[in-house]
Design a protein around this ligand. Structure first.
Ligand code: ADP
Ligand code: ZN
Length: 217
């Protein structure tokens, strides 16, 4: 059983690295941001509660987040473990988490703020299948359309200059202390997130002592 947390500033690649690791190791990938975005998209009650906070780039209320995480983790739908992305994001959430779960490692994707802006402002999401595009790395074949499903590519509501500035500030003020807590427990592996997806994944594996990554093709 493996239980990992993946952390890093916005745009550091938490969700792609988390998904790559999860697919290969048969882990369940739990993304709190994705859960919220799903709820916003589907106009649920929870979606209505978090939409404005998210769009502004601020952290959602702890009670709400903890409720969602508790509910998600009690599903116990994993055989081999999980990787959680977007939680914990402040000291209170970290305490809540450490009281209920023991973890095997924390992956810290390290990316300078200067690179964050460049990446995040070039990010587009498919409104159909959720596929992630970065216009810096690879443009879709038909501009504005998803290569996989043909859906329309949209900008995340919080991928604006303004909301990004708030997200970065929240991260440095509130989430950095969480990293310090995990560092003291010697859970953290530090990965340089500036490379390509494949390079970063390779380093993650190496540092966690996992079998090497074999990209397809
Ligand atoms: P990011 O790219 O900023 O890391 P995520 O997709 O992980 O984005 O999260 C998007 C938004 O969802 C956050 O800006 C915040 O509003 C909300 N959110 C996600 N996880 C948490 C959390 N653990 N605590 C509070 N708010 C959260
Ligand atoms: Zn698509």
């Amino acid at each position: 059983m493996r239980k990992y947390v993946i952390m890093g500033v916005p745009g550091s690649g938490k969700s792609s690295q988390g998904a790559m690791l999860a697919a290969d190791l048969d882990l369940v990938h739990i993304s709190v941001g994705d859960i919220f975005r799903w709820n916003v998209q589907h106009h649920t009650k929870l979606g209505a509660q978090v939409r404005r906070t998210m769009a502004a780039g601020a952290l959602v209320d702890d009670d709400l987040v903890e409720g969602i995480v508790r509910e998600r983790l009690t599903e116990h739908d994993w055989n081999y473990g999980f990787i959680i992305d977007g939680f914990p994001r402040n000291e209170r959430q970290a305490e809540f988490f450490l009281e209920s779960y023991d973890i095997d490692g924390v992956i810290h994707l390290d990316l300078p703020d200067s690179e964050v802006r460049r990446r995040v402002l070039a990010r587009r999401l498919c409104s159909g299948c959720g596929m992630d595009y970065n216009l810096l790395a690879s443009s879709p074949e038909v501009p504005g359309k998803c290569d996989v499903c043909g859906g329309e590519l949209v900008t995340r509501e919080d991928d604006t200059e303004e909301a990004l500035a708030v997200r970065l500030r929240e991260y440095h003020q509130k989430t950095n202390p969480v990293l310090d807590i995990f560092r003291r427990k010697e859970y953290v592996v530090n990965v340089d997130a500036r490379g390509s997806k494949e390079e970063v994944q390779r380093d993650v594996r190496k540092l966690l002592g996992l079998p090497p990554y074999h990209p397809a093709g």
